[in-house]
Design a binder for this molecule. Structure first.
Ligand SMILES: Nc1nc2c(ncn2[C@@H]2O[C@H](COP(=O)(O)OP(=O)(O)O)[C@@H](O)[C@H]2O)c(=O)[nH]1
Ligand SMILES: [Mg+2]
Length: 380
């Protein structure tokens, strides 16, 4: 592994290949992350306790007590792709489940450079000062390429990462979007059981990850730049339809006036879109993480959203629906992978693919033939 990058602090006594680890961990920043204030996580002298094997009750009690080291290890366990770890992770989750669900879950998306991390820093610090406990997670399926961009972001979240009420967790590098979102959802639950009452999920708005994050949060915030008012169509419209609030960032200095004009444009455009949440009107606002303008107002709006949708039942129903959707998504992933990895399917797929492409076999007949081969083999 490259310098400055190493395996998670938690790993089995007899290390298998590095490949089983869903995440690799960069050298820690000097801050309170992972409960190691001011100490590099690759530092030479590690407390003995960090190496100790943890049982399921150890994890559960440690997380419930808000022990940052054990919280970090529980998340690392969840992020592991090793089959042996999956069973233990699920036992831990099962035990923690009664203590989950208490946080307000907020997703934050926008193109790279729009100011997500800076916004999260400003909002997060404000919330921590008010006594909230804030966990920041990232969903970034591309991070196996960019290697956990939130780690670079941690320099943008310096004050927040040092705040005792905050916990910042980099994106798991799990490969597929499905894998990354499973880990992020479960990490979110563990953070709730640890007592965090606000979960902020950052995701880059460049692919399908914003749809995945919309599926795991209560409130979805889209950050936008001024000067984009003339390109309201296309992909942006699709993302705008997912948002419960639209925020024009960097409304400071000379840009403030442009931000206000963009706000007016977006409010007009939003008028014609179906609301992302029934009974809630999505509005555009402006904010500046530099002057602090708009940050407190956005939080008030998120709180009002919770009140309105809780009173109408939409809040609770969305969570139930998200959980059902999650179950179905996992089943689909499982079946898809069983199907395509089955020797009977693998043996016939190339020939059937070639036949449908050549136009000698109807596509439906080809799919049926594969399904039949799979079922016959699966039924013995
Ligand atoms: N003037 C101004 N610059 C900002 C503001 N928020 C972020 N920036 C700058 O915009 C750049 C990108 O910010 P960042 O938070 O990393 O964006 P992300 O990629 O969406 O997470 C950085 O150079 C920030 O300093 C703001 O409110 N006002
Ligand atoms: Mg960022």
């Amino acid at each position: 592994m490259s310098k400055g990058r190493h395996r998670p602090e938690w790993h089995p006594a007899t290390p298998p290949q590095d490949a089983v680890f869903a995440s690799s961990v960069m050298d820690g920043v000097a801050g309170g992350h992972d409960g190691l204030p001011g100490q590099s996580s690759s530092g030479g002298s590690k407390p003995v306790a960090r190496r100790r094997h943890l049982t399921v009750p150890d994890y559960v009690e440690g997380v419930r007590a808000g022990d940052r080291t054990i919280l970090a290890r529980a998340i690392t366990l969840i992020e592991s792709n090793a089959p042996g770890h999956l069973a233990q992770a699920q036992e831990v989750l099962q035990a923690l489940l009664p203590y989950t669900g208490g946080a307000l879950r907020v997703g934050i998306t926008g193109v790279p450079g729009v100011g997500k991390s800076t916004f999260i820093e400003a909002l997060g610090v404000m919330l921590c000062e008010r006594g909230h406990h804030v966990a920041v997670l990232a969903v970034d399926p591309s991070s196996s390429v960019t290697r956990g961009s939130i780690l670079g972001d941690k320099t943008r979240m310096e004050a927040l990462s040092r705040h005792p009420n905050a916990y910042i967790r980099p994106s798991p590098t799990g490969g597929s979007l499905g894998g990354v979102t499973r880990k992020s959802r479960e990490t979110m639950l563990v953070c709730e059981a640890a007592g965090f009452d606000v979960i902020l999920v950052e995701t880059v708005g460049v692919g399908q990850s914003e749809t995945a994050v919309r599926g795991m949060v209560d409130f979805f915030l889209l950050l936008m730049l001024a000067g984009a008012g003339d390109e309201l169509q296309g992909i942006k419209k699709g993302i705008m339809e997912l948002a419960d609030a639209l925020v024009i960032t960097k409304a400071d200095g000379e840009n403030r006036i442009r931000a206000m004009s963009a706000q007016a444009d977006y409010n007009k455009a939003l008028h014609y879109l179906a609301p992302a949440t029934p009974g809630w009107k999505t509005r555009a606002r402006i904010c500046s993480a530099v002057t602090g303008e708009g940050i407190a107002e956005i939080w008030s709006e998120i709180e009002r959203f919770r009140e309105v949708t809780t009173a109408s039942g939409v809040f609770q129903e969305r969570r139930r629906q998200q959980t059902r959707d999650w179950l179905h998504a996992l089943i689909e992933d499982y079946l898809r992978s069983r199907f395509f990895n089955h020797p009977a399917v693998k043996a016939r797929l190339p020939e059937i693919e070639a036949a449908v492409v050549a136009g000698t076999l109807p596509v439906t007949a080809g799919a049926q033939a594969l399904a039949q081969a799979f079922e016959e083999a699966a039924n013995g």
